[in-house]
Design a protein around this ligand. Structure first.
Ligand code: AMP
Length: 117
């Protein structure tokens, strides 16, 4: 996609702090980190959001899930981490190229989903 910022990162048209790349996926540090460790794992294939995922993406998504704990450990998340996929308007998605945030490396993160006790 010509105008997609994450496609541009994959192509090297705009710079990123890359931490991992293979034929299918790309991982790089978030430009505005929310915690000591905050990186993004994305498919190289342009998929607009999780809402656009189809059956044919099954193995790609599986590869991403398997990679996450390894990359998180390598980045210093030794005591857990959080994964976030913002999806669509309601989910607060800003960049419309599917991405998984991996966040951690510091103190316990704030509660995201408060439950009444
Ligand atoms: P969201 O779409 O809300 O899940 O979040 C998009 C994320 O992409 C934000 O956390 C941004 O800080 C991050 N971001 C946007 N542009 C860049 C960029 N050029 N390099 C790294 N991270 C970026």
């Amino acid at each position: 996609m010509d105008n997609c910022v994450f496609c541009k990162i994959v192509r090297g048209d705009i710079p990123s702090e890359k931490i991992y790349e293979d034929t299918e996926v790309f991982a790089f540090h978030d430009i505005h980190p929310a915690a000591p460790v905050h990186f993004m794992l994305i498919p190289k294939l342009h998929i607009g959001s999780l809402a656009e995922v189809e059956d044919k993406h099954r193995s790609l998504l599986g590869e991403m899930m398997v990679l996450i704990p390894r990359l998180a450990r390598e980045q210093g998340c030794t005591d857990g981490f959080r994964t976030v996929i913002n999806t669509g308007r309601v989910g607060g998605q800003e960049v419309y190229h599917l991405h998984i945030h991996i966040i951690g490396g510091g103190d316990r993160l704030p509660v995201m989903i408060p439950h009444p006790r």
